[in-house]
Design a protein around this ligand. Structure first.
Ligand SMILES: Cc1ncc(COP(=O)(O)O)c(C=O)c1O
Length: 397
């Protein structure tokens, strides 16, 4: 095995520079811990950015993938796929949705949602109904349509012309949404909690308000749960904290615990607008991906993971709140379950780097929001260690 420095040199030689990577190369993981190529251990409170919800190398997920790989790795979606049928049934039985479309990432799930909303509107009210409203500071992906849906100019710069028909309003602001919502809007697309936008939890009643505006104008409500879904907030899906359900929901990240899986779920009423030929994916819903998803769903639902997420989320926030008392640079601690943001009065990149050097992985969004999205299986000891490292780093600043 090459050393960290050798791997970094090769990485810079052969891989396109689309990521501002930190100078470590992770080669192994177990639970909430990962090791780099030089053998150094880290406590992983980023978990692939909310992907490895059950921790690294989870035995049931790994075994399920291995068993499926020995049985049948891929067949085309022109045939019925047994593990795909089982996973879609599980998702439907445990959500508002009636039907599922599988793909490979969050962007693809949102792309599918955008296409479905447009198709539904075209069929029910005509082709002039195509506008989609999304939120400022949102994040929905990097394909041309989802990057246009993403309400942040910095991601869109350099890629004109962008697809037409997208408009933005401030997040958590029903008055602005009401002002632009009209009969030619086919969908409102929103995250339950903005992740990349700085771990922003909307006010109580916000999703209910979005639902009502959609109902009043006949627009579909698309809920992007790519980051908040699959247990991250303490419920299987974040919309369960509200009193409403969307028409369409997108999932990815933790659905495969690290194996690429995306899904777009919808009610029967909406899903019927997708017919043979409307949309497709060669790899979407393939047996191997479904084996990962099945093990994730089974573990989330039956092994007390959601309960641990709620308990550890509350404990972690309590500890971070008490850290706030000692460090004036902490402006606010916010989040839900184990999706937690710590807003600073200074830039966060240096803290992220120092924490990494001290053995704790996290990241920073929006320049000054430290983001913690650890595996949902973390213990009090893990939380205590993370808080101690963060405390030490902040003291040394
Ligand atoms: C809310 C949300 N939607 C969509 C995406 C895009 O997912 P992917 O990177 O799998 O395409 C992300 C990724 O961070 C996300 O947080």
């Amino acid at each position: 095995m090459k050393t960290t420095n050798e791997l970094i040199a090769d990485s810079n030689t052969y891989i396109m520079g689309t990521y501002a990577r930190l100078p470590i190369a992770l080669v192994r993981g177990e639970g909430a811990r990962v090791w780099d190529a030089d053998g150094k251990e880290y406590l992983d409170f980023l978990a692939g950015i909310a992907v490895c919800a059950l921790g690294h190398a989870h035995p049931q997920v790994s075994e399920s993938i291995c068993a499926q790989a020995r049985t049948l790795m891929h067949v085309s979606n022109i045939y019925h796929i047994e593990p795909q049928i089982r996973l879609s049934a599980l998702l439907v039985e445990n959500s508002f949705a009636d039907k599922v479309f599988f793909c490979n990432s969050g962007a693809e799930a949102n792309e599918a949602a955008i296409k479905l909303a447009r198709k539904y509107a075209h069929e029910h009210t005509g082709e002039e109904r195509y506008r989609i409203i999304t939120m400022r500071n949102s994040f929905h992906g990097r394909t041309l349509a989802t990057l246009t849906a993403t309400g942040q100019e910095r991601f869109q710069k350099g890629f004109n012309p962008l697809p037409t028909g997208f408009e933005y309003v401030p997040f958590d602001d029903l008055t602005s949404l009401e002002r632009v919502a009209a009969k030619d809007v086919c969908a409102v697309m929103v995250e339950a909690i903005q992740g990349e936008g700085g771990v922003r939890v909307p006010r109580k009643g916000y999703l209910e308000g979005v639902r009502k505006i959609c109902d009043d104008t006949g627009a579909l409500m698309i809920l992007d749960e790519v980051q908040t879904g699959m247990g991250r907030t303490g419920n299987l899906f974040a919309y369960e904290h509200s009193g409403v359900t969307p028409d369409i929901m997108t999932l990815a990240k933790a659905l495969g615990n690290g194996f690429p899986v995306g899904a777009m779920l919808a009610t029967d009423e909406v899903a019927t607008s997708f017919t043979p030929g409307s949309h497709a994916s060669t790899f979407g819903g393939n047996p191997l991906a479904m084996a990962a998803g099945l093990a994730v769903m089974d573990t989330l639902l039956h092994r007390g993971v959601l309960d641990n997420c709620r308990k550890m989320g509350a404990y972690f926030r309590e500890q971070l709140e008490s850290l706030k008392g000692n460090h004036a640079i902490i402006r606010e601690v916010r989040g839900r379950g184990l999706m937690i943001g710590v807003e600073l009065s200074i830039e966060g990149a240096d803290i992220v780097k120092r924490c990494m050097e001290a053995g704790l992985l996290l990241n920073c969004t929006c320049g000054n929001v430290l983001r913690f999205v650890p595996p949902l299986i973390i213990t009090r000891k893990d939380v205590d260690r993370a808080v101690a490292i963060l405390d030490g780093v902040m003291r040394d600043l």
